[in-house]
Design a protein around this ligand. Structure first.
Ligand SMILES: [Zn+2]
Length: 140
């Protein structure tokens, strides 16, 4: 549903398109061509042009937004044990990286493959202790 502001914008842009078409058609009609035909052709050309321009601009901004989101992803660092010698290694990787993640052990120089594993856990809730009637701390 169009809001009031959007409706005014649509009305304004349509008026501009019609005015430009009318002026252009008037100019063309001075050369002996039909005014109404020129007006309709100019209006069609403007709508095609503007829809093309707006789709190009939209796709440009969508691409820009994607790039900004990718830039937000920072490198993650973690300490991993080598699969061969079990020594600790510091590994830095991009979470967006679609390739196989690997690191070379600093100690034994062997290549390790890294697999990310997601673990699901229950959220612990505080235990509610039932209130016992008739006993107070002073009685104990
Ligand atoms: Zn190692």
């Amino acid at each position: 549903m169009l809001k009031n502001k959007e409706f005014l914008y649509l009305l304004k842009s349509t008026a501009i398109v019609f005015i430009v078409s009318a002026i252009g058609a008037l100019g063309i009609s001075l050369f002996g061509y039909n005014f109404i035909a020129s007006f309709l052709i100019l209006t069609c050309i403007q709508y095609i042009l503007f829809s093309t321009i707006s789709s190009v601009i939209n796709s440009f901004f969508i691409e820009k937004t994607k790039q900004k989101e990718l830039e937000k992803i920072e490198n993650l660092s973690t300490i991993l044990n080598c699969a061969y010698c079990n020594q600790q290694n510091l590994m830095t990787f991009l979470p967006d990286d679609g390739e196989n993640m690997e690191f070379v052990c600093d100690h034994c120089k062997k290549k390790n493959s890294v697999k990310i594993n997601f673990i699901v856990a229950r959220i612990t809730e505080p235990v509610t202790v039932p209130k016992v009637e008739g006993i107070s701390l002073e009685d104990i």
